[in-house]
Design a protein around this ligand. Structure first.
Ligand SMILES: C[S@@+](CC[C@H](N)C(=O)[O-])C[C@H]1O[C@@H](n2cnc3c(N)ncnc32)[C@H](O)[C@@H]1O
Length: 362
């Protein structure tokens, strides 16, 4: 039997499967082409092998979960398009940050789940150091995916021999399997973000650092959001530290209420969705958390479905327009309007040529 809190955490961990299946679908459709994401498959295979050993799963329930998530391998055009803009816009800011610091910087992805950005970044930017944090179980799935895959082992610079995970054949084996992994430039930590302690991490406190939260802080209470932000802010007080936060917001409208109802039907609560419903409340919260360089926008602007602030070139828009037909223009605009992208930093000002709806430097 698992406790009510463990059940809630299990549901939150499972949201990673949604993210993975959306990336899988968009990638299959050709949205990611520079080059296509060739790392997704290893993550899916690891889930298929190891989900039955995770807390609260049996072989049967894990098969059911994976079937329902990856059912037709293809999501609706609206979802593929949203996944593309989400991934692309975060990539653009990450790349801007890396360029600004001439590649001499550190990325920390909190709640990284099965995201593949670490592998793309490490491949393209040889001097960047990448850290990923998630619940121990989620990290075990990722660790196994990396160690079972020659390309991924190579990218992270893993040099040891003992790689095979064939020995994981039971819940006991999975329980004793390590969650952490480290090389000279890649670190994976199985840590609950609500229990952060400096001693657990091997961060370089002198490097400019970008902390990415892609649909993660939204699952955590506002008090713990503030604690997580101040943990990193205080740890990196002698260097540049910035957060890049992507997540949904309610905008206090009927579309937002429908989103809340859909999520609570699945037992998922998003504390920041209601408490920080729009860009203005997010700006105030980040100011209260003592960040000085704050920029906010939403995906409807980034994508160009609204306003004149698109981050995506007309040629690229033309390319993705040809991939599949989207009739529901108003629906996609409304959906994207409910997803914000926020940059909040202290230290060197972020030199971004991109258009943000709000840009404040205190
Ligand atoms: C929606 S998924 C997003 C995964 C990844 N960032 C992406 O966008 O593909 C949310 C992730 O946050 C992680 N997460 C949520 N709360 C967490 C916590 N308290 N500690 C560690 N990880 C957490 C979940 O395990 C899950 O992997």
């Amino acid at each position: 039997m698992i406790s009510p809190q463990e059940r809630k955490d299990k549901l939150v961990r499972a949201t990673d499967l949604d993210a993975l299946s959306c990336r899988f679908s968009a990638n299959n459709r050709g949205y990611f082409n520079t080059p296509p994401d060739q790392y997704i498959r290893a993550l899916i295979t690891s889930y298929q092998k190891h989900l039955p050993f995770c807390q609260g799963y049996t072989q049967l329930s894990s098969n059911r979960t994976l079937r329902s998530v990856f059912q037709d391998n293809q999501k609706l055009p609206l979802i593929n398009r949203g996944t593309y803009f989400r991934t692309r816009s975060i990539d653009l800011v990450v790349n801007d940050f890396i360029s600004q610091h001439n590649g001499q910087c550190q990325i920390i992805s909190i709640g990284s789940g099965s995201d593949t950005r670490a592998f793309r970044t490490l491949k393209d930017s040889p001097d960047v150091i990448y850290h990923e944090i998630d619940f121990p179980e989620s990290c075990k799935i990722k660790r196994a995916a990396i160690l079972e895959d020659d390309t991924l082992r190579d990218i992270i610079g893993y040099k040891e021999d003992s790689t095979l995970t064939d020995s994981i054949t039971s819940k006991e084996d999975f329980q004793s399997y390590p969650s952490d992994l480290n090389t000279d430039r890649y670190y994976l930590y199985g840590v609950d973000l609500r229990e952060l302690e400096g001693s657990k991490f091997s961060f370089d406190l002198t490097l400019p650092t970008l902390v990415i939260s892609e649909c993660v802080l939204c699952y955590i209470s506002l008090e713990n959001n503030a604690r997580i932000l101040s943990f990193f802010r205080d740890l990196f007080k002698s260097s540049t530290i910035a957060f890049l936060i992507y997540e949904p917001m309610s905008l206090n409208d009927s579309f937002g209420s429908t989103m809340t109802a859909n999520l609570s039907g699945r037992g998922i609560v998003l504390p920041t969705f209601e408490k920080l419903p729009d860009l203005k409340t997010r700006l105030s919260f980040l100011k209260e958390c003592k960040f000085l360089d704050i920029k906010l926008t939403d995906l409807s602007e980034i994508s160009g479905y609204e306003g004149d602030n698109s981050w995506i070139s007309p040629e690229e828009i033309q390319r993705i327009d040809k991939l599949e037909i989207i009739d529901e223009i108003e629906e996609i605009r409304l959906l994207l309007k409910h997803y914000c992208l926020t940059y909040a930093g202290i230290g060197d000002s972020f030199k971004s040529d991109r258009k943000w709806i709000i840009s404040e430097n205190y």
